[in-house]
Design a protein around this ligand. Structure first.
Ligand SMILES: Nc1ncnc2c1ncn2[C@@H]1O[C@H](COP(=O)(O)OP(=O)(O)OP(=O)(O)O)[C@@H](O)[C@H]1O
Ligand SMILES: [Mg+2]
Length: 493
């Protein structure tokens, strides 16, 4: 479908961008993919902005002297009103080879600009019919389906401000994983707010595990593990090691430490008592981590009941450490213990902070997996509303990024510095995106796309009621109590 004509304005067309005058009656939308032909081939790009222009009204002094209404009466102003589309060039489908190339020649002024049809777009963007369906491409009726390997192998980040639609999108991705008939992978969700438990109604392959019941076996709590949690001095390490015995109980070990007449015993005892107060150490591991993940299944670790921040850190640290260890064994020794897995971490900035060195155990694991996970098909999907608080090491390893609305200038600046895919065109769009809209960037597709993500079929994602909903619910409850009371009086009379 023809949309307009390339024009020569200022220093454009160049190999990065061009403008085109939109033909009367044609509809071009922001984010829409268009192409124009030149000597190199079909130059593809997306509409990054729309500008309205009218030469009659370009001189403010004239408009000020006569006023808009007088001008309208005397001149055919409407006829001179036109729309200009600005296009960000993303590549060329060459005439000589089937491959996608960088634009080395600018578009030709005077040539037509056409809307890309689905066939051209699918090939150009690298849409995979068997991939994960995220939603519809802006301005097209095309489903954006991304290849599983390209989306996850080198980790994914979902970044957006609060309420922009991160959890909804995560549920969409999980639903897609659960629906897969072939090439199934396992998924684990670190669910801080308990908002994914409803997934179990969607599929029998979803298992919800309440972190309240999480136990680390005492027999695993050797000096190395304990040191990762509490960063011991060498004297503390050697005392711990000399008294630790996997065949005794946690309480017996506590006794041994409390009776040890050494200076290093006191901090050790304090640490151990803290672990005891968390009720985290048991005789048996719970859940049994080597049996936890199955292809095609999704495990939700519900952390809603855990109020202590450090306890949360320890649980996530131990779970990720053990899973990644078992996954490496599975690959190296070709054992079927932990299948290819994606770990979705909600509020990832709480577990892998850019600053705050004091609580680093979960962060170290997340950074390790971010660096090495791809060699073992063990991937991360980091979800955060505060990208600038997230570990740069972890974020920089996420080769695919989905960014929804972001209004905070610090977060915008951080993202533009961190991501090679975020340029000024993308950055400018971030604050104006609507709920559930975003930009898919990086290795998962051949070019950036603006997407209206679909709504998850699990329904409302947020667990909390709105202010007004909750106020109404309270009133409703109170009215019921009063009605019951009044009914009981009526009966007595
Ligand atoms: N793609 C979408 N289509 C329609 N509505 C959506 C979409 N995504 C999100 N919403 C709406 O926006 C609300 C907030 O979405 P969601 O809970 O996913 O945001 P969030 O980014 O996870 O927020 P938070 O940072 O608070 O966790 C949802 O309850 C839902 O009603
Ligand atoms: Mg959320």
């Amino acid at each position: 479908m023809e949309l307009g004509t390339v024009v020569s304005v200022g220093d454009s067309p160049n190999t990065y961008e061009y403008y085109f005058v939109i033909s009367k009656g044609a509809i071009a939308k922001k984010g829409m993919y268009v192409y124009t032909e030149n000597e190199q081939g079909l130059v593809l790009g997306y509409v990054s902005d729309l500008v309205r222009s009218n030469s009659y009204l370009s001189n403010p002094e004239v408009v000020s002297d006569y006023g808009g209404e007088t001008l309208k009466q005397h001149f055919p102003i409407e006829k001179w009103d036109y729309l200009l589309g600005k296009v960000k060039i993303v590549g060329v489908l060459s005439k000589t080879s089937p491959k996608r190339e960088r634009a080395s020649l600018p578009p030709i002024p005077g040539n037509s600009v056409l809307k890309c049809d689905d066939v051209i777009l699918k090939g150009f963007l690298g849409i995979d019919e068997r991939g994960i369906s995220l939603g519809k491409l802006f301005g097209h009726n095309l489903e954006v389906k991304v290849n599983l390997t390209r989306l996850f192998q080198k980790h994914l980040a979902i970044l957006a401000m609060s309420g922009a639609g991160k959890s909804n999108l995560t549920k969409v991705i999980i639903e897609e994983l659960l629906k897969r008939k072939r090439g199934k992978i396992a998924s684990l969700i670190i669910d801080v707010h308990g908002e994914y438990s409803g997934l179990s109604k969607f599929s029998k392959d979803v298992v919800v595990f309440n972190a309240r019941d999480f136990r680390i076996p005492f027999s695993s709590l050797n000096v190395d593990l304990f040191n990762e949690i509490y960063q011991l001095t060498s004297a503390q390490r050697s005392l711990y090691n000399s008294l630790w015995d996997p065949t005794i109980t946690f309480d017996e070990f506590l006794n041994r430490i409390s009776r040890a007449e050494k200076k290093s015993a006191e901090p050790l005892l304090r640490y151990l008592l803290e672990l005891k107060s968390y009720n985290l150490i048991g005789e048996e591991e719970n859940p049994r981590i080597e049996d936890l993940l199955k292809p095609g299944s999704c495990v939700v670790l519900n952390l809603l009941d855990i109020s202590e921040f450090k306890k949360m850190q320890i649980i996530v640290f131990y779970l990720l450490k053990t899973l990644f260890f078992l996954r490496r064994i599975s690959v190296r020794e070709q054992k079927r213990i932990v299948p290819p897995t994606v770990v979705f971490i909600e509020e990832a900035h709480n577990f892998a902070r850019s600053f705050d060195k004091s609580i680093g155990m979960a962060k170290r694991q997340i950074e390790l997996i971010a660096r090495e996970g791809r060699k073992f098909n063990f991937s991360l999907c980091l979800i955060t509303q505060r990208p600038s608080h997230l570990s740069q090491t972890a974020l920089s390893q996420c080769s695919s990024q989905i960014i929804l609305r972001i209004a905070n200038p610090n977060d915008q600046k951080f993202i533009s510095e961190m991501s090679e895919y975020v340029d000024n065109t993308v950055l400018r769009e971030l604050p104006s995106l609507g709920v559930g809209e975003g930009i898919v960037l990086g290795e998962c597709l051949n070019a950036p796309v603006f997407v209206k993500f679909r709504r998850s079929s699990i329904g409302k994602t947020s667990v909390a009621l709105s202010f007004e909903e909750e106020a109404l619910a309270w009133e409703e409850e109170e009215r019921k109590v009063i009605d019951t009371y009044l009914d009981s009086i009526d009966l007595e009379e």
